[in-house]
Structure formats: structure tokens, C-alpha cells
Design a protein around this ligand. Structure first.
Ligand SMILES: [Zn+2]
Length: 486
């Protein structure tokens, strides 16, 4: 058990100065003392039965043997990253040139397939470790890895342990980030049960294998403090609806609170193909299926009608927007204003890793709306006039729900995942607690993220991670190798 004296902190009930937070050995917050008694308990997410992973961070300079450790600066909840494909970190910056006059998501996808067919488990582990450290430094304290790379290069299943899955588990462990691993079902190349293409062969998985693997992971990892298993369906293009329905019901039987994610309505071509094949739009099909619950996360939902947005909100399912990826791939605008007005729950993800920064995702969430509506402070709420505070606080809580982890708030029952902003950094000078997150989103204050804690352990101190030196050479070597013709 350890105590931290936070100089300034964002709690669910608002900003406080000088609060004492007690963290149990399993990384869960047991008390928050604001000086005026204990803060309210947030008990909606259950506390896992946990055992601590190795502490990978150096000891805090500020550690005190007696009493609480003093934490100067501004403490805010760490952000869950609700959508990531780690291997795509190797593509960042390498696809920003014209191949044809009709470049789009679909031409980018060919480059992604080429990379997906070259990656070996050892390479994936280096890529993912580098990426997860970058996420921590940017303020993501946990990540949902939407993983559809399942087979060996020759398309045969791995005998025994799946090296590609293990690479992600190992990377999260080394980085010290919370991980919700989402084995992803991928069976067809388009609506109508079209067979996989050759370049998609490594993604193939039978429903039985998928369900057994998830059941096994749930049993094996029950006691890990930062790890959670969920499941994903790549998309309605990649999983026939009847297979999806059958698998989803069986998953519910394994764990009624299992996080279930799906890409949906990212591209107009996808919506059109779905209508041609089924007479319905993709989100309509999901709503009609009756499967959506608060444990479902719809990734993108870019091309949703107003009725569909209302339907998602009514089902209390979460939408994960990855604005930087949606912009990078030319997907389109998500109607954030309408969705939030309907009571929808929104979180963010780094997806293709074009940008790994929750502050940037949220800034562009607001800027998209300003550009469209020609107004300012569009996503502020009546109850929270500061755009930065509103967006960060809500995305953290909804992100935690989407990835099924007890994170997203500095509160009793939640895991001690938080960031400390250096209030002496030039980007923060002049900020008050109330404007701190406005500075983080709109004044480039990601550079002021000084220390990061996950499950009660400092993983970033003074902007540095214990694995920085070891990673640098290995990552550079890997990237040079991947840049060579293959
Ligand atoms: Zn994605």
C-alpha cells in the first residue's frame, strides 16, 4: 500500500488541490482524501483479482520512506487507447505519397497488406514495445489491441503458442501499459461471404478456434493486474452476420462483460456494398441484431445516419473515433456534436498510429466541429464549459468502459493510472487547474506530460522510460530492414 499527496488533481467531481490518494499493492485506489472526507466511490467497474507485474520503472526520486509521496504538478486520469493495430506503426510516414490519382483508404490497404505479410513475431514485439512506450509518453496508459494478424507467413497456424499474440502480450509487459487484447475474427473479403484474398490469408480464423482461444486466455490471465481479454469482429465485410451473431452470443456466455469491438461504416464503399448485399446499412444491421450492449465498442461509425447515432446511444454502446486515422485515410467526418447531444459515449484510439496522442485526437474532434459549424467551443457541455476538461474526462471514462478495465478516473475502485503535467513547462505557464486540459489539448502541452503511472507504478519519469536506451537501436535496425525491398 502506498500514499500519494497530489498537489492538484482532476477527480470525477472536479478539480481539487492537495488530495491524498491511497493505492493498494494491486494498483487499485482504495482511498481518495480531499481534506473534506473521502471522495465518492465509483463502483460500476469491478476490481479484478490481481497479482502485480514486475516493476519496470526506475524508483521515483520523490519517493519518501515515510508518509505520502509528494507529487508536484497537475495529476489527471490516464487515457485508455480504445483502438490500435500495433504493426501499422511501421507504416507511419511511409505512405504519404501519390500512387495514383485515385489514392484512398483502399490503395493504402494494399500497402498495409504488404507489411502484414512480412512481419515476424520478434519484429512485432519490437514495434509494439516502441509504440506502447510512445503511447505512455503521450498519455495513453492502456490500449485495446485489435489484432487480426494470426497465422505464419505461409498461412499455416502457429503450432502451440501463437507467436504474434505473444509478441503483443510481451510488449505490453515490457512497456508497462495496460492491455486489452482483442483477438479478431476475420473470415471473408467482402459482403456475401466472399473468400479471403491471398494477401488476407494470415488473418483467417475459424469461429471455433476463436472462441476456444478467448476462453483459454480468460482462464489463464484472470489474475493479471493490467491485462484483459476481449474480442473483436473485424467488420461486417470480414465476418458474415450469422457467424457474428452465433459467436457474440457464445462470447456473452463466457463473460457477460467481455469487451466486444467492431470496425463499422468507416468508408462509403463499405456502406454501399452492405446495402447492395443486404438491403440494410451496416450500423442498421448491428442495431437490428439486438446484440449491442454497453460492452460493445463501434470503431469509426463515420457514416452513421442521425437515426443510427440515436440507436447506438440508446443501446449505450460506445463509439471509438480515431480522428487522426480517419483524416489520414480520407474516411469522412464523424458527427460528434449530434452523437453527444443524443447522449452517446465517445472514446478515442490511435488506430493506424498516424498520430499517437490523445490530446491531438481530442483537439481534432473539436476542430472538425468548429470547421463545419463556424463556431468555437462546440463540444463544451452545459455542466463543463472547458472543452479540454469535458473531452478528456469523458473520453477517459468511456475509454475505460470500452476496453473493460477499471481505469479512466482517479477514484476509489479504479486503477492508479494517471499523468502528471509539469505546470512550470512553457506550454502550461499561466494555466490554472481549470484551464490545464485546455492547455493540454490546444496549447501543445503534450510536451508537459512529465510522469506517468500505471497500476500504481511510475512507468515514465521526467519523460523517460526504462526501456528507452535498449529500444532505440533495435527499433532503428528493424525499421531499416522493413524499408529494404522485401
Ligand atoms: Zn482499425
Amino acid at each position: 500500500m502506498k500514499q500519494y499527496q497530489l498537489e492538484s488533481a482532476l477527480l470525477p467531481q472536479g478539480w481539487v488541490r492537495e488530495c491524498t490518494v491511497t493505492v493498494a499493492d494491486d494498483g487499485i485506489i482504495t482511498h481518495v482524501d480531499t481534506g473534506a472526507g473521502l471522495a465518492p466511490t465509483l463502483g460500476s467497474i469491478s476490481t479484478p483479482d490481481v497479482a502485480l507485474a514486475p516493476d519496470l520503472a526506475p524508483a521515483s526520486d520523490g519517493a519518501s520512506t515515510f508518509g505520502a509521496e509528494r507529487v508536484a504538478g497537475i495529476a489527471i486520469p490516464g487515457m485508455p487507447n480504445a483502438h490500435s493495430h500495433a504493426f501499422q506503426r511501421a507504416m507511419v510516414g511511409n505512405t504519404e505519397y501519390r500512387v495514383s490519382a485515385r489514392d484512398s483508404f483502399w490503395t493504402w490497404r494494399q500497402a498495409m497488406y504488404q507489411l502484414a505479410n512480412r512481419i515476424e513475431p520478434e519484429e512485432l514485439q519490437i514495434l509494439a514495445t516502441q509504440l506502447f512506450v510512445e503511447m505512455l509518453k503521450a498519455g495513453y496508459t492502456s490500449v485495446a489491441e485489435f489484432h487480426y494478424l494470426h497465422r505464419q507467413k505461409n498461412a499455416a497456424p502457429y503450432p502451440g503458442t501463437n507467436g504474434l499474440w505473444e509478441a503483443i502480450d510481451n510488449a505490453a509487459e515490457i512497456a508497462g501499459i495496460g492491455l486489452t487484447f482483442l483477438p479478431t475474427l476475420y473470415q471473408t473479403s467482402d459482403f456475401g461471404g466472399k473468400p479471403l484474398k491471398r494477401e488476407q490469408a494470415r488473418f483467417a480464423m475459424d469461429t471455433d478456434v476463436f472462441l476456444r482461444a478467448i476462453q483459454q486466455r480468460l482462464a489463464d490471465r484472470r489474475h493479471q493486474s493490467r491485462a484483459r481479454t476481449g474480442a473483436a469482429f473485424h467488420s461486417l465485410r470480414a465476418v458474415p452476420l450469422e457467424h457474428l451473431r452465433e459467436a457474440a452470443l457464445q462470447l456473452r456466455g463466457l463473460d457477460a462483460a467481455l469487451p466486444v469491438h467492431i470496425h463499422v461504416a468507416e468508408q462509403l464503399r463499405e456502406v454501399k456494398a452492405c446495402r447492395q448485399e443486404t438491403g440494410r446499412r451496416p450500423i442498421e444491421l448491428l442495431l437490428d441484431s439486438g446484440l449491442l450492449t454497453p460492452h460493445w465498442c463501434l470503431v469509426h461509425a463515420t457514416h452513421a445516419t442521425p437515426e443510427e447515432l440515436k440507436g447506438i446511444a440508446a443501446a449505450a454502446a460506445i463509439v471509438c473515433a480515431s480522428i487522426s486515422t480517419e483524416a489520414n485515410l480520407g474516411d469522412g467526418f464523424f458527427d460528434t456534436t449530434r452523437f453527444l447531444k443524443a447522449g452517446g459515449c465517445l472514446c478515442v484510439g490511435s488506430d493506424s498510429q498516424a498520430t499517437v496522442s490523445p490530446a491531438e485526437e481530442l483537439r481534432w474532434m473539436e476542430y472538425q466541429q468548429r470547421l463545419r459549424k463556424k463556431r468555437r467551443a462546440v463540444l463544451a457541455a452545459d455542466t463543463e464549459p472547458h472543452v479540454g476538461t469535458r473531452l478528456w474526462r469523458d473520453a477517459a471514462q468511456h475509454g475505460a468502459q470500452a476496453i473493460g478495465q477499471p481505469a479512466g478516473a482517479i477514484a476509489v475502485g479504479r486503477r492508479a493510472d494517471w499523468l502528471v503535467l509539469d505546470d512550470t513547462h512553457p506550454s502550461m505557464v499561466g494555466a490554472t487547474a481549470e484551464t490545464a486540459l485546455d492547455h493540454l489539448l490546444f496549447a501543445g502541452a503534450s510536451a508537459a506530460i512529465r510522469d506517468v503511472m500505471v497500476a500504481g507504478r511510475w512507468v515514465i519519469l521526467e519523460g523517460r522510460h526504462a526501456a528507452d536506451e535498449a529500444l532505440r537501436g533495435r527499433f532503428a535496425h528493424l525499421m531499416h530492414g522493413l524499408a529494404a525491398p522485401g
